[in-house]
Design a protein around this ligand. Structure first.
Ligand code: FAD
Length: 245
């Protein structure tokens, strides 16, 4: 018997990998909960200069805030807590946080960089030890355990923000493809792009007319102006072993 779960997808970790995965699963209509505790290691960066789209670089804390906002707009729910344990159930997984609260979910995307202790009770997970611990996955983040995926640095991706974000997106799309949600691509196309050729708009895609395009672009401009109106207040987080004077 398959037991109904509270969520379709539980993303553990809200660094660039986890947030990107959530943006794709949320936009596909999967009920997605992102649970995070602590800081993304990207908050230690001083100025992010190799993330495409920002010719003069961008404040990495601002970028994370913008990704977070985007995940929320994609429909993701957020919860701040440390996942202590993960167990398989008939219909998926149950995750427990330090307060004893539990979340049930069909799919799990682990995007916790090198934190793996919560996975110790999950039979079939293969760890890779290279000074730090990583998870063995296929090229779309699938671990050997059905329904359990790993994204970003945890899946041994190169330690670069654009790569872990892209990998998170790829894993998010893999979850959608493995689920019951009909999906072609997550595309927003101009009106007529499919229907003008006598095709149905494929699942996951959307056609918008010029008025809607103008509305969305105007909203985007306003939002970006707010984000980039002044310097971000947060300083980079220093390495814990660096002594403060
Ligand atoms: C000093 C420094 C400078 C850098 N500069 C650059 C740069 O210039 N360009 C570049 O491309 N990359 C840079 N990076 C690398 C970049 O930060 C990483 O590639 C990226 O952050 C990895 O993303 P991730 O999502 O895999 O992990 P993270 O961003 O670390 O996210 C993991 C999240 O999971 C949370 N978490 C862990 N365990 C649990 C748990 N059990 N329950 C709940 N939450 C949990 C963590 O607290 C964290 O928020 C830099 C890194 C450092 C340290």
């Amino acid at each position: 018997m398959t037991i109904a779960t509270d969520h379709d997808v539980l993303v553990i970790g809200s660094g660039p990998a986890g947030l990107s995965a959530g943006i794709f699963t949320g936009r596909a209509g999967l009920d997605t909960l992102i649970v995070n505790d602590g800081n993304s290691i990207l908050q230690r960066n001083a100025h992010l200069e190799n993330y495409p789209g920002f010719p003069a670089g961008v404040n990495s804390r601002l970028l994370l805030e913008m990704m977070d906002d985007q995940a929320e707009r994609a429909g993701c729910q957020r919860h701040e807590a440390h996942i202590e344990t993960l167990e398989r159930t008939d219909g998926g997984f149950v995750a427990e946080v330090e307060s004893g609260k539990t979340f049930t979910t069909t799919y799990v995307v682990a995007a916790t960089r090198n934190t793996v202790d919560f996975l110790e009770g999950v039979e079939g997970v293969e760890f890779i030890e290279r000074g730090k611990t990583f998870l063995k996955t296929d090229d779309r983040g699938r671990t050997g355990v059905p329904g359990l995926y790993a994204a970003g640095r945890l899946a041994l991706q190169p330690y670069q923000t654009i790569i872990v974000a892209g990998h998170g997106a790829s894993v998010g799309v893999a979850v959608v493809e493995d689920s019951d949600v009909p999906f072609y691509h997550d595309w927003v196309a101009p009106e007529g792009y499919f229907t003008g050729r006598g095709r149905e708009v494929p699942p996951g895609c959307e056609e918008i007319d010029s008025a809607e395009r103008e509305r969305r672009e105007t909203e985007s401009l306003e939002r970006m102006r707010k984000y980039f109106a002044e310097r971000h207040p947060d300083e980079p987080i220093q390495h814990p072993s660096v002594r403060e004077e």
